[in-house]
Design a protein around this ligand. Structure first.
Ligand code: 5GP
Ligand code: ZN
Length: 146
């Protein structure tokens, strides 16, 4: 089951329109499967989005080739961000589904330059349920892993 069903009419996805050049973007890089462009919001200067060119909603909708291509592009872009903006760190962020923080339902990965005390935060409430629970969770995953 997909975690998010894309109900936007064909041709109205904002990133599909951006890929097609129908709306402007500050493009950094593109290849056969991926495109990288500046995020309009710029959480920090140098904030880039790496998107699949094909309309795929979440990580689970990508082909393995697209998933690999996205990470290759992200690594190249991150190296460029490091050279051009010299951040203290770089975070990769990728949201799937509204509950996962996704607001544009066309797959993309954030390459986000980071600085000490830059105000970026993600709640991370650790539960530490212990080794038996971990073993049970791993078992559930091994049973369905493809
Ligand atoms: P999400 O919340 O889905 O992980 O990220 C969506 C991102 O897309 C946001 O950071 C937002 O600033 C960016 N964004 C939304 N619309 C546009 C647009 O038209 N152009 C560009 N360059 N970025 C956009
Ligand atoms: Zn799209």
């Amino acid at each position: 089951m997909p975690m998010f069903v894309d109900t936007s009419p064909p041709g109205e996805c904002i990133f599909c329109r951006l890929v097609a050049g129908q709306i402007p973007s500050a493009k950094v890089y593109e290849d056969e499967l991926t495109i990288a462009f500046m995020d309009i919001g710029q959480v920090n200067p140098g904030h880039v989005l790496v998107a699949a060119k094909r309309h795929a909603v979440t990580l689970l909708d990508l082909t393995p080739e697209e998933a690999g291509a996205v990470m290759r592009t992200a690594q190249r872009v991150a190296a460029a961000v490091q050279k051009a903006f010299d951040p203290d760190g770089i975070s990769l962020f990728q949201a799937n589904g509204a509950a996962g923080g996704q607001t544009v339902f066309h797959f993309h990965l954030h390459v986000l330059p980071r600085h000490e005390n830059d105000g970026v935060s993600l709640g991370w409430p650790r539960k530490e349920p212990g080794p038996e629970a971990l073993a049970g969770y791993a078992q559930r995953l091994r049973e369905v892993l493809q």
